[in-house]
Every structure is written in structure tokens, then in C-alpha cells.
Design a protein. Sequence first.
Length: 311
Amino acid sequence: MFMDEKRIYRSQKDGQKCIFLITAVALLQCGLCCPKECSCEYLLVNCTARQLEDFPTDIPMDTRQLILTHNNLTYLSSMDLNLLIDLVYLDCSHNVLGDSLEATFIAVPLVYLDLSHNNISKITTGTFYLLTSLVVLKLSDNPYLEEIEKDAFANNTGLRQLDLSRTALTYIDVTTVSELPSLRTLGLSSNPWDCYCPMKDFLKWVTESDIYFTDEENMTCMTPVQIYGESLKETEKHINLMCFTNLYERDYIFLMLVGFVIFGSGTVVAWLTGVCVVIYDRLCGTTEDDEDEDEEPPPPPSKPKKKEEEA
Ligand SMILES: *[C@@H]1O[C@H](CO)[C@@H](O)[C@H](O)[C@H]1NC(C)=O
Ligand SMILES: *[C@@H]1O[C@H](CO)[C@@H](O)[C@H](O)[C@H]1NC(C)=O
Ligand SMILES: *[C@@H]1O[C@H](CO)[C@@H](O)[C@H](O)[C@H]1NC(C)=O
Ligand SMILES: *[C@@H]1O[C@H](CO)[C@@H](O)[C@H](O)[C@H]1NC(C)=O
Ligand SMILES: *[C@@H]1O[C@H](CO)[C@@H](O)[C@H](O)[C@H]1NC(C)=O
């Protein structure tokens, strides 16, 4: 009994030693480990301009700031990225990231995310919806970026700065940006905005909001041609002329038009029918008319004849 207890005590102590050793080695390794292409300072991993085509491995797990700018990355490895559970700052600008970003950002508590100068063409609801701590998001200079889904930033309620400049965006739903409670700075410049009726609410919001718009002088309409180059903030009168001010009025006018057309065409058809009947009568009915005229007069004289016969 005594021996057994001693043995157990000893093996427990050995176990603790073992765990301590493993932890120490792991810490030592992690303290030293750094992707071979990158430079690592305290909690900062800098992989600027190393012609990287793949996401670097061996990034210390406690990294707070990761810089991958000016590389040739076409995708971000979700598995490697989401091991970095302390990562708050990620700069992936100047790469060739495409549309594989959905479900990429899962467990990273990012506050700052730079995806400018890439090859992204679409932002969906599934791209940023788990980045609930995001404060700065840069998507500018993605020359093929054509679509941002309506609720793409719905969960990014802390977003203060959003840059969508120099993309291919022609349209954006107003609620995508207007319902961001913390938004202070918004970049919309040098996009080929289509300032037509579907954009009416967005243009109204741009005119009335007190958000700071970066590079406001280049925030202009591309189409329709009549207002090419006009500032987004000065389109309201054109829009009001082009599009009716509200849906009810438009529907009302439409219904009135339909009613008028039906009424008018009915009247015209009735009138034409009348005219045709009269013309037909005049042209083809002359012989019948003559016969009628011949036949009709006789009856009055015949009546007295009948009476005479009866009598
Ligand atoms: C990252 O490294 C590049 C040069 O490789 C340097 O110019 C840049 O300032 C560094 N960034 C930071 C945040 O240290
Ligand atoms: C990375 O991209 C640059 C241009 O951005 C190019 O000059 C270079 O050849 C590319 N490197 C690789 C390894 O593809
Ligand atoms: C960028 O995206 C466009 C279309 O979305 C594609 O045609 C082009 O090849 C892409 N460029 C690179 C460098 O991946
Ligand atoms: C917002 O994030 C939560 C998880 O944090 C998720 O369950 C929810 O579906 C997200 N909402 C949207 C609109 O994506
Ligand atoms: C507006 O865009 C032009 C080129 O498109 C550029 O030269 C100019 O610097 C921009 N204005 C501002 C204030 O950035």
C-alpha cells in the first residue's frame, strides 16, 4: 500500500515535470518561431513585399498585427488565419485576392482590415459577418468590385471608417451604409455611379448625412449622360425631375393614364363603329331604302280597305 502510494506520487510529479517541459519547449519554440520570409517583432509579423503566393506558416499564435502587403496572394488560408485568435490588425493590401473570402474570417477578432488594391469582385453577407469588432475596413482600389450585398456590413456595427473608392461599383443599397451606427468616414470617390432612380434614396442620404466623405470632389455620377461628372450631393433636383417623388404619386398617375387610355380607346371605337354603320347605310342601303320607301306608304290606304271589307 505505502509503496503504491509513493509510486503514484512519484509518477504524478514526473507527469507535472513533463507537462512543464513540454510547455517550456513550446513557449521557447513559439518565442523563436517566425515565418522564414518575414520579420517578427513583439506581436508584429511583417511580411512586406516578399513575393508570397501562399499564406505564410509558422506565424506565432499570439500575433496581434500581421502585415502581408505587396505580395502575390490569391487567397487567405482560413485554417492558418483563424489560429491567430489575438489578431486585431491585418493588412493584405496590394495582393491579388479574389472572391474566395467568404467564410475566411471566423475566429479572428479583427479591428483593422485592409483589403485595398486587390482583385475582389463581390462582397457577400458571408464575408465579414463574424467580424463584429471591426472599426476600419478598406476595400478601395479593387477595380472589378461590382457588387456589395445589401446586408454585407449588417454585423459590423462598430465600423467607423469604410473605404469603397476606385472600384467598379455603380449601385449600392442605401441601408448597406446608412444603418451603420458608428460610421464617420466613407470613401465613395472615383466610382462609376449610376445616378438613376434606383439610387434615389442613396443619393438623398449622401446629401443629408453628416458623415465625412473622403476625396469628395471625385465623388461623381458616371451615368446618365445628362449629369455625367455631377457631384453625388447635387443630383437631387435631377433625380426629382427624372423620377417621381414618391411611389404613390407614380402609381396614381399610372392608373390615371391607364384609365384615360381605356376610356379614350373605347370612345374612339364606339365613334368609329357609328361612322362605319352610317357610311355602310349610305352606300349599300340606297336600294333597300328605295324599296322601303315604296313599300311603306301603301299601308295607310290599305287600312280603310280592310275596314270596308269588314263592314
Ligand atoms: C515592414 O517592413 C517593411 C520593409 O520590409 C518596412 O518598410 C515597413 O515599415 C515595416 N512595417 C512595420 C509596421 O514595421
Ligand atoms: C508577383 O507580382 C509582381 C507584380 O505585382 C510580379 O512582378 C512578380 O513576378 C510576381 N511574382 C511571382 C512569384 O509571381
Ligand atoms: C481579376 O479578376 C478578373 C475578373 O474578376 C479576372 O478576369 C482576372 O484574371 C483577375 N486577375 C488576377 C490577376 O487574378
Ligand atoms: C451576426 O453575427 C452572429 C454571430 O456573431 C450571427 O449569428 C448572425 O447570423 C450574424 N448576422 C448577420 C446578419 O450576418
Ligand atoms: C480626383 O481624381 C483625379 C484622377 O481621377 C486625381 O488626379 C485627383 O487627384 C483626385 N482628386 C483628389 C482630391 O484626390
